[in-house]
Design a protein around this ligand. Structure first.
Ligand code: FE2
Length: 395
């Protein structure tokens, strides 16, 4: 597609990739790939190349004989992978790749290493991270801002941490109106409407967890034009626009004791299913209608992670080193960049749970490149996700 010339599987592995590895990407990739064993990519009906993490680099070797894991991929899908239009998860879950040998999920584990090898994207290391505030002091990752704080300070924090919380953007009366509108939208939702996610609790009850598009509610109709929100998004100076062609106002309801469905989300980035090179940076803006904390269903961020690849081994812990719990009050707003690693964990309390609105701003014209309505359509029908559909992953 325009701006993304097709990448030839053989030429890339024989010439382009070794050059990138020798120029420094090999050491970056090794940091992500060590411990993963050797993985070979086999072009459909064609040759294979093995990625071998050793000697502080990743060597590319013709053939698949010595590989622990062998994965078959079409030339077109490999081109998209190497252009960062496709992500490993977006190829894996809908069965676009075929695992010929080894542990299937190794293909997913290699995604951060490919970003290092292909693009020079470094690996997230909380011990090496050195985030600074505008005066050069260590950044406090739990800092929040008042609405009238200087915009350059808000911009600096958002660009450095990958997220920012702004307090009391909406007042109590507005939040009350939003909660009523959310309840009205919930009353209209049904499992058959193709506009909602549902979870099943451990007692077998089906519960609404998300309304994908609720902009028909009068209280939400003009929300994307609210100058308070656009003022915050515009700090980036990127000309981002509300995602009017996607889901414009999404409503999220946390529920307890979920046995099935995507009510909670593990560590992820919002472009984790694909489209990074086309879309990012996307800004996802959350308006908290109720408190956000560990009890109500916490939203967690990994400060500074938007500039790095994150090894899956790091993210197996619920609270990896350096992660921050966003503790917000009703009326607060967070913005996070689509590349920032974040997670939404189950509520632990018994009181009012988290309710949020999510709005998205994207670069002009950013749409999926392969005819899907959303990259997250790739995990429709994924085993283990029998009820909810992840059409977007903003949390
Ligand atoms: Fe998300």
């Amino acid at each position: 597609m325009a701006g993304f010339p097709a990448i030839d599987f053989v030429q890339f592995h024989e010439s382009d990739l070794p050059r990138r590895i020798a120029s420094g990407n090999g050491a970056l990739g090794y940091a992500a790939a060590r411990g993963l064993g050797t993985l070979a990519l086999q072009s459909t009906g064609g040759p294979a190349f093995s990625y071998v993490p050793r000697n502080q680099t990743v060597e590319v070797v013709a053939g698949a004989d010595q590989a622990d894991t062998v994965v078959e991929v079409t030339p077109a899908d490999f081109s998209d992978l190497a252009n960062d239009l496709a992500a490993a998860a977006g190829l894996f879950y809908p069965g676009k790749v075929r695992v010929l040998r080894g542990e299937p999920r190794r293909f997913l584990d290699w995604e951060p290493a490919w970003r290092s090898l292909f693009h020079g994207r470094p690996v997230y290391d909380p011990d090496e991270l050195d985030l600074r505030d505008p005066l050069g002091a260590p950044l406090d990752p739990s800092r929040s801002f008042a609405s009238d704080d200087p915009l350059p300070d808000i911009k600096h924090f958002l660009e450095t941490a990958g997220y920012v919380r702004v307090r009391s953007v909406f007042d109590a009366k507005e939040i009350e109106a939003f909660r009523r509108a959310a309840a009205d939208a919930a009353d209209k939702a049904s499992e058959a409407d193709d506009n909602s996610w549902w979870g099943v609790t451990t007692s077998g009850e089906k519960r609404l967890t998300r309304i994908l598009e609720a902009r028909d509610e009068p209280a939400f109709q003009d929300l994307v034009n609210d100058p308070r929100l656009n003022r915050l998004v515009d700090v980036l100076g990127l000309g981002l626009q509300p995602d009017l062609l996607g889901e414009t106002v999404t409503v999220l309801f946390k529920i307890k004791d979920v046995a099935e469905g995507l009510a909670n989300l593990p560590w992820h980035r919002d472009c984790g299913m694909g489209g990074h090179a086309l879309h990012c940076p996307i800004v996802n803006l959350t308006i908290f209608l109720t408190a956000c904390n560990r009890d109500t269903g916490g939203l967690w961020m990994l400060p500074g992670s938007h500039a790095y690849s994150c090894p899956t081994s790091l993210l197996r812990a619920d609270e990896p080193a350096g992660s921050v719990l966003i503790e917000a009050e009703p009326g607060d707003v967070t913005l996070h960049l689509s590349d920032t690693m974040h997670a939404a964990f189950p509520p632990t309390g018994d009181g009012v749970l988290r309710e949020s609105l999510i709005l998205t701003w994207k670069p002009p014209g950013a749409r999926p490149h392969d005819g899907q309505t959303h990259y997250n359509d790739a995990i429709k029908g994924e085993a283990g996700v029998p009820v909810a559909r992840d059409r977007r992953s903003a949390s």
